[in-house]
Ligand binder design. Structure first.
Ligand code: C2E
Ligand code: CA
Ligand code: CA
Length: 701
């Protein structure tokens, strides 16, 4: 078997390569010229052409290439020639015979073609030289013949392999030894070695040529055909093996990476944590775990749709990788939660610095298909072994720190502190407790009034749900609604709240308090086509008119599945309940778009209202929203009114309704009843309340 250099379409003509080619070609041509000149008779043998022809025929048979190295099967014929003829003639036979198919297709530069023939001729000359030196000639006894042939073929093979590897080394820059090793590993290498067995066959052919003439060459047909068959088989096997290995690598990558972002997944994260902690335990080192959660991701997802959410998540990895050091690992743990392992920390402040830098990166808006999205993040940090030397505990503490950070505001990091242990709600446990809690009536509604700014008349009450948890005490809605929203429990909970609110409305009605109750809906509620019927049914069951009820929904419902949501919204409006857009100003929809929907009211988000008395920008936003909202025919409510200044400002702006701590906090039903009763004037219908009564009352709270 002869290897003939690397298969490349564009041929590399670097000086070093040309030099190597010349190093082979020039001495060979000089040597052959010299020998032909001095031993002319030796070369005047017509059989030389027959041998060369036989080699050419075999070389013309297509044989699959092994990687970049191209092989031919003419090796045993060349070896026979080397056994029969002295080095010079053997070299000439190989030089004339060795034929690279690319030569016929004119794909080889002239010098390279000559070089390929030349290097094979050199190997064959070496074979001949070794054989004749060791054995003398083919009449030698078998115990001389055998080793001589083996040595000869070995010498020829080594020379050929070495030259080919050197050539490849010049082309690729890889070390010659590595290339040689690669030529001989795996199934292909095994095949090359067993193919060398044909060397013994060459002896047979060479000897019988001396007795039966050139017809002995025919003996090669069967083994060569067989070898070629084997070669192709081996080659397919090799390709399949490579593919399998590739597939395995891919599978492993898939198993350890998140398909959306291609970041490491939870599994790889945990594995890395285990490895890093083992290392640190041995070396008394320190490492950090960061848990990062995006702050406004759900909003993006709900408002703009999952497509944007997904694109946004894909941007996070590349953006944050700038901050991370080599060896740090960032994984997507699920949803909008990321985990970061910081190995080899000199001290805790390094982890804090990295967290700060990560948050700074997250502060920059992220461009997604032309939209600039603002999402910040909250990060919890836990340090090994400082906060725990047990990986699981460490992770839990990083998680608690993250919740503490979230609680402290957005874009904040927290280093774990034992006081955070209250944040270990182990959210899953909480979720598991929702269904029984509905049955046990652990959910309660608190009520917060809304009042007309103009005259202090009651405008309504908002029902706000809380969970009277047997162990945790009163759990605010922000801690469980987002969880419930992701489960099938949303419908039963909404159902429960709706019923409870209507029951309360009836109780108040009996007491002479006639005030509509507002119930909050999640965006996901509007994907539930049964909602309108359920509302109608609940109204019927409690004997309440549609005017007793209104719904507050955030703009986020508009984008998740607008067609479906707007359909449900329309049917709700048909039932006759009023609809209000909650948290207005924090979403992405415009007022003019909302105008096309059956909406009655907008509630300016409390984040603007709460600061309008100190922040001119916020005051501007409130003013513009009030103007526009009223012009478009909506009732405008300001929520989060916390002081008299804000109240007065809103009066001046012409806002319709106010809600907030300045009036009253959300109250348990008994307190709410007292509050409402005190503000329900016992007067004839149509009689106006005393001027400024609301202010007097409010001050008294
Ligand atoms: P929201 O609808 O924007 O409710 C107003 C929140 O602002 C309430 O918090 C209320 O206590 C608070 N708030 C009222 N006035 C003021 C004020 O002057 N200053 C300040 N700083 N805050 C004020 P709460 O009760 O914790 O409710 C949080 C959110 O939970 C609600 O936001 C609403 O989105 C959600 N939620 C409450 N009940 C339900 C429910 O039954 N179903 C659904 N889907 N969501 C609910
Ligand atoms: Ca609300
Ligand atoms: Ca609100």
């Amino acid at each position: 078997m002869q290897a003939s250099g690397t298969e490349r379409v564009a041929h590399d003509r670097r000086p070093a390569i040309i030099a190597l080619e010349l190093t082979i070609v020039l001495p060979l041509v000089a040597l052959l010229t010299y020998l032909i000149d001095h031993n002319t008779t030796e070369f005047l043998d017509w059989r030389i052409l027959v041998w060369a022809g036989a080699i050419a025929v075999v070389d013309l048979l297509p044989v699959a290439a092994a990687g970049e190295i191209k092989f031919s099967l003419s090796f045993p014929i060349e070896l026979s020639a080397a056994l029969l003829y002295q080095p010079g003639v053997a070299a000439l036979i190989a030089f004339l015979g060795a034929l690279d198919r690319r030569e016929l297709r004119r794909e080889l530069p002239f010098l390279k073609a000559v070089y390929i023939r030349g290097q094979i001729a050199f190997s064959v000359a070496a074979e001949s030289l070794v054989f004749h030196t060791v054995a003398g000639d083919l009449h030698a006894p078998w115990w001389k013949l055998g080793p001589a042939v083996l040595l000869a073929s070995l010498a020829g093979y080594l020379l050929n392999a070495f030259v080919v590897a050197t050539y490849a080394h010049l082309q690729t820059g890889e070390s010659t030894m590595k290339i040689l090793r690669e030529m001989h590993v795996g199934v292909f290498g095994e095949f090359v070695i067993s193919y060398m067995g044909l060397a013994l066959f060459s002896v047979l052919v060479a000897i019988s040529t001396q007795t039966t003439g050139l017809w002995a060459l025919v003996v090669f047909v069967a083994p060569l055909a067989f070898a070629r068959q084997m070669f192709q088989r081996t080659h397919s096997l090799m390709v399949a093996t490579d593919e399998l290995a590739e597939r395995q690598k891919e599978n492993e990558h898939q198993a350890l990476h998140d398909s959306l972002t291609d970041l490491p997944n939870r599994m790889l994260f945990l594995r890395t944590l285990g490895e890093v902690s083992d290392r640190c335990r041995e070396s008394d080192g320190m490492f950090g775990v960061l848990i990062m959660d995006l702050d406004r991701f759900k909003e993006v997802n709900d408002t703009l749709g999952h497509h944007y959410g997904d694109l946004l998540l894909q941007e996070i990895g590349p953006r944050l990788s700038r901050v991370l050091r080599e060896g740090d690992l960032m994984a997507r743990l699920g949803g909008d939660e990321f985990g970061i392992v910081l190995p080899d920390l000199p001290d805790g402040s390094m982890a804090v610095r990295i967290a700060q830098r990560l948050l700074e990166e997250m502060e920059q808006p992220i461009a997604v298909e032309g939209l600039l999205l603002d999402v910040s993040a909250s990060i919890g940090i836990a340090l090994f072994p400082h906060h725990s030397d047990d990986v699981e505990t460490l992770l839990r503490r990083a998680d608690m720190a993250m919740y503490a950070a979230k609680d402290a505001g957005s874009g904040v990091y927290e280093l774990y502190d034992p006081s955070f242990d209250q944040y270990s709600p182990s959210r899953l446990t909480l979720i598991g407790q929702v269904r029984p809690a509905i049955e046990n009536e652990e959910f309660v509604l608190h009520y917060q009034p809304k009042v007309h700014l103009e005259d202090g008349r009651l405008a309504g009450v908002e029902a706000l749900v809380r969970w009277e948890h047997p162990e945790r005490g009163l759990v605010p809605p922000d801690e469980f609604i987002p969880l419930v929203e992701q489960t099938v429990l949303l419908r039963p909970l909404t159902q429960y709240v709706l019923n409870e609110a209507l029951r309360q409305w009836c109780d108040w009605k009996v007491l002479g308090i006639d005030v509509p109750v507002a119930v909050n809906l999640s965006a996901r509620n509007l994907l539930d086509p049964q909602l309108p019927e359920q509302v109608e049914e609940a109204l019927g069951r409690n004997g309440a008119p549609a005017s007793a009820l209104s719904f507050e929904l955030t703009e986020s419902f508009l984008m998740a599945d607008p067609t479906r949501s707007i359909g449900v919204l329309g049917r709700l409006a048909d039932v006759g309940v009023e609809l209000s857009i909650d948290d207005f100003g924090t979403g992405y929809s415009s007022l003019s778009y909302l105008r096309r929907l059956p909406i009655d009211e907008i509630k300016i988000d409390r984040s603007f209202v709460m600061r309008m008395h100190v922040d001119a920008d916020d005051a501007m936003i409130v003013r513009a929203t009030v103007d526009l909202g009223r012009n478009l025919g909506f009732r405008v409510v300001a929520e989060g009114v916390e002081n008299a200044e804000t109240w007065d400002q809103l009066c001046v702006l012409g806002c319709d309704v106010a809600q907030g701590y300045f009036l009253a906090r959300a109250m348990v039903p008994a307190d709410a009843t007292r509050w409402l009763a005190a503000r329900t004037p016992e007067r004839a219908p149509g009689e106006a309340p005393p001027a400024d009564a609301h202010r007097a009352n409010l001050r008294a709270i």
